[in-house]
Design a binder for this molecule. Structure first.
Ligand SMILES: Cc1cc2nc3c(=O)[nH]c(=O)nc-3n(C[C@H](O)[C@H](O)[C@H](O)COP(=O)(O)OP(=O)(O)OC[C@H]3O[C@@H](n4cnc5c(N)ncnc54)[C@H](O)[C@@H]3O)c2cc1C
Length: 481
């Protein structure tokens, strides 16, 4: 008997993949709250517009992207897919707000020989300097210091730092380059320079045949005449995709598949301790306890730390050292079309010292009658701008007015929103700080050496994106087999 802890996307995916292996049955999923889906949550405004509180767009590329699209097909959600092609403004137009102006993120060849803000020199000068920069052998380093050292502080401040706000609401001065941008890190370690490494990878590494891991093997299609979503994504050059009607349909469809297959799902079970015994793992929740052969934990590492600390304090110390940040999400809806540009949105460099991380133009991604925007706030700077994130009950009105002021002034919007929603997502995004890879290795080695029937998945370990957490569930379950 297998217990899956947590009913977010990774826990639901772990249960889904566990069903494919009869040796793991019966499978039970235990979720602390009264709903499934974790941070994936979509709300409807009174006019019917979709407000996403969590994820809204997903990348189709790579093994993890294809894996999610295969899941979408299996859950019969293919008709809800809204692909956004590489050349669509909602994918290609991303802005950085600096010096009171929105500047397009340099993605074309235009800035190669010209200075295009937010850059402060033509890219060719940056590349030339980087190639001649001495390299150092390093175990890991913060993304900020890596980029500052190799290409200068301007790119670290005005490109990389806002990008990290967009990826994980984090501070580039703390986030690990080895974990979050492994190809850049590897390029310096193997080839002495980012650009030399990139050229080498383009020319040689992509030609090397790669043997797929067991979890990367995609089952043969039974009906070859129907194109899968992953094939469509590749053929039509999708940059990202969204789900018409809201991303929450993904965990809902997963849950209904699990119910259909008679998997036991128990809501309101807040696990307080797991205790390893010779015959299995005892899971204690309030006055209830039950022993399972194994546990797949998808809950945040910090929470799992509390569950194991009595019996395995060293493991708890490592798990508890994976930090997370709180994000305030403010969704705004305006009547008609009020945006001055068609784009994905914009990011704000922390150096600008503004109380927002960035704004996503949801109604450009999925066209709607009204204008829908999402303002992301807080993250690594939550306490700095909004006070202690432990005491959050009274600040919703303040967050709404700060978000609205920023949006109106940056985008020159005069209208008043017809609806809005403020959510404070406590500890919602794990931070992959310097040394994250080594910490996760130590955690996994501890579990192996102590032969604990404990398998880990979810955003705390292998990556923040929806693709990452689904894939981490697949890997965790396949490692049991
Ligand atoms: C604001 C925001 C925007 C995002 N945008 C994107 C995006 O656009 N694209 C993208 O790819 N990704 C995005 N992400 C990331 C993605 O949504 C998350 O990484 C993913 O949803 C995490 O899923 P999870 O199952 O690992 O964790 P969670 O969603 O945290 O699920 C864990 C579950 O465990 C339960 N739990 C906790 N403790 C216990 C316990 N003791 N006992 C039982 N149950 C417990 C919780 O209640 C929760 O339901 C975003 C995330 C956030 C917060």
């Amino acid at each position: 008997m297998t217990a899956v802890l947590g009913g977010g996307l990774s826990g639901l995916s772990a249960a889904y993949y566990a069903l494919e292996n009869p040796k793991l049955a019966p499978v039970i999923l235990l979720e602390a709250s009264s709903r499934l889906g974790g941070w994936v949550q979509s709300k409807k405004s009174p006019s019917g517009a979709v407000f996403e509180l969590g994820p809204r767009t997903i990348r189709p590329r790579g093994d993890t992207g294809q894996n999610t699209l295969n899941l979408i097909d299996d859950l019969k959600l293919g008709t809800k897919l809204r692909p956004i092609a590489v050349n669509d403004p909602a994918a290609s137009n991303k802005f950085i707000y600096t010096n009171n102006k929105l500047h397009p993120l340099p993605i074309s060849l235009k800035p190669l020989f010209r200075t295009c803000p937010p850059l402060n020199e033509p890219l060719i000068s940056t590349i030339w300097r980087e190639i001649r920069q001495p390299s150092i052998i390093n175990k890991d380093e913060s993304l900020y210091s890596f980029i500052e050292r190799r290409v200068g502080s301007h790119i670290a401040d005005y490109i990389i730092s806002p990008m990290i706000c967009g990826i994980c609401a984090g501070d580039a001065k703390e986030i690990s380059v080895k974990f979050l941008m492994p190809s850049l890190f590897r390029a310096e370690q193997l080839h002495g320079s980012i650009f030399r490494g990139m050229i080498h990878e383009r020319l040689f590494d992509q030609m090397k045949p790669k043997k797929p891991e067991p979890w990367e093997i995609v089952p043969e299609k039974t009906d070859k005449s129907i194109m899968s979503s992953a094939e469509r994504a590749q053929k039509s050059n999708w940059a990202i995709w969204a789900l018409d009607g809201g991303m929450e349909q993904l965990p809902q469809a997963l849950a209904s598949k699990l119910y259909h297959k008679h998997l036991h799902i128990r809501l309101g079970i807040d696990c307080k301790e797991i205790f390893f015994k010779p015959e299995g793992v005892e899971v204690r929740a309030g006055d209830q306890s039950k022993t399972y052969e194994r546990v797949v934990s998808s809950i945040p590492a910090k929470k799992l730390a509390r569950l194991v600390e009595n019996q395995h304090p060293d493991l708890a110390n490592e798990l508890g050292a994976i930090p997370s940040v709180t994000v305030a999400v403010v969704n705004l809806e305006f009547a008609g079309h009020v945006l001055p540009i068609d784009a994905f949105g914009f990011l704000v460099p922390p150096k600008e010292e503004l109380p927002i991380l960035g704004v996503i133009f949801d109604s450009c991604i999925i066209k709607q009658e009204s204008t829908v925007l999402t303002v992301m706030m807080g993250g690594a700077w939550f306490d700095k701008y909004f006070g202690n994130s432990e005491n959050l009950s009274t600040i919703n009105d303040h967050l709404l007015s700060v978000a609205l002021d920023q949006v109106k002034s940056i985008l020159n919007i005069k209208a008043t929103p017809i609806s809005s929603n403020v959510s404070i997502l406590k500890d919602c995004i794990p931070q992959y700080i310097v040394g994250h890879n080594e910490r996760v290795d130590r955690i996994k080695n501890y579990i192996l050496e102590n032969k604990l029937p404990l398998y880990l998945c979810g955003a705390s370990y292998d990556g923040i994106g929806v693709n990452d957490v689904i894939f981490s569930a697949k890997k965790a379950v396949s490692s049991i087999a």
